[in-house]
Design a protein around this ligand. Structure first.
Ligand code: LHQ
Length: 263
């Protein structure tokens, strides 16, 4: 298993876990952390990988405080933030979106700025009771990025998204749950346990169907109704021939738990 300086990476029984690991700066996205993250996500997605689900979380009291504001020329006028996004952030976000395994984020503490964007790009988001979500960008005179303007309005509606983006206020996890931004709130001391439990459930699931679900939901952002029905039919045609779908029906008929292999 490759060693990283800024993240922890493990692969256990089909569950890959990436833990952002710069707790002294609330896991802010330094160049090093972004490089490690991209490398690890690519590992998960590479052909022949044993990963059947990916969990992203953080160490310490934060999930991720967004771009590292202390690094390099972040504070100078000659910085090209657009280039930084295109070169360093988009590859991570697009790699995550393209994965053929489900992605779960366990928001153990604050998720701010691009850290929030990463958190909410997951298929399933759970958060600790004391965690909060912060569209921090406006507080430093920037616009939301790293996918937030795409994802957030779709998750919570335009009214709440615009207010969150313009006011830059902390949204606690229970409000995030009420808004439909996340799936579940967990007691602080249970978040990692619950994340592993859900992660292993996904890793033991019918991987090709889970991949199909994430790609279909993503395609529904641009398709009209008729196109989406067509996309579902095309995907279901592929699923019908999978070993897991055959096993799923057999297990139902034989009144036993299905043993999915991800094939
Ligand atoms: C940090 C950070 C941080 C470095 C806390 N960097 N050290 C932008 C530009 C370019 C291209 C790409 O995209 C982006 C996207 C973005 O993500 S822009 C948004 C960047 N993030 C922020 O603006 C959030 C900044 N942080 C905060 O507002 C607060 O730290 C939060 C609300 C997250 C937490 O507040 P507190 O719990 O009060 O903690 P703290 O402020 O005391 O921070 C603890 C330490 O972490 C502290 O270091 P120190 O040495 O004093 O203990 C902070 O300097 C450090 N830290 N965020 N983003």
């Amino acid at each position: 298993m490759a060693d990283y300086e800024n993240i922890l990476f493990s692969l256990e029984d089909g569950l890959a876990t990436i833990t952002l690991n710069r707790p002294e700066s609330l896991n802010a996205l330094s160049s090093g952390l972004k490089a490690d993250l991209l490398h690890a996500v690519r590992r998960v997605g590479q052909k022949g990988s044993d990963a059947r689900a990916l969990l992203i979380t953080g160490t310490g009291r934060a999930f991720c405080a967004g771009a590292d504001l202390m690094e390099g020329n972040m504070g100078s006028a000659d910085r090209d933030l657009g280039k930084s996004l295109i070169d360093d952030y988009h590859p991570i976000l697009l790699e995550l979106a393209d994965l053929d395994v489900p992605v779960l984020s366990a928001v153990n503490g604050v998720a701010a700025g691009a850290g929030m964007s990463i958190a909410i790009s997951a298929d399933i988001v759970i958060a600790a009771h004391s965690a909060y979500f912060l569209q921090a960008f406006v507080n430093i005179g920037l616009v939301p990025d790293a996918g937030s303007t795409f994802l957030l309005p779709r998750l919570v509606g335009s009214a709440r998204a615009r207010a969150m983006m313009m006011l830059g206020e902390r949204i606690p996890s229970d409000k995030a749950l009420e808004w439909g931004l996340i799936y579940e709130v967990v007691d602080d001391d249970m978040i990692q346990l619950r994340a592993k439990e859900l992660g292993h459930q996904l890793a033991n699931g019918p991987t090709r169907a889970l991949s199909g679900i994430r790609h279909l939901v993503s395609q529904s952002q641009k398709n009209n109704y008729a196109e989406q029905l067509q996309a579902e039919a095309g995907m279901q045609r592929q699923m019908g021939g999978t070993e897991d779908a055959i096993e799923g029906v057999m297990a139902f008929v034989q009144k036993r738990k299905a043993d999915f292999k991800g094939k």
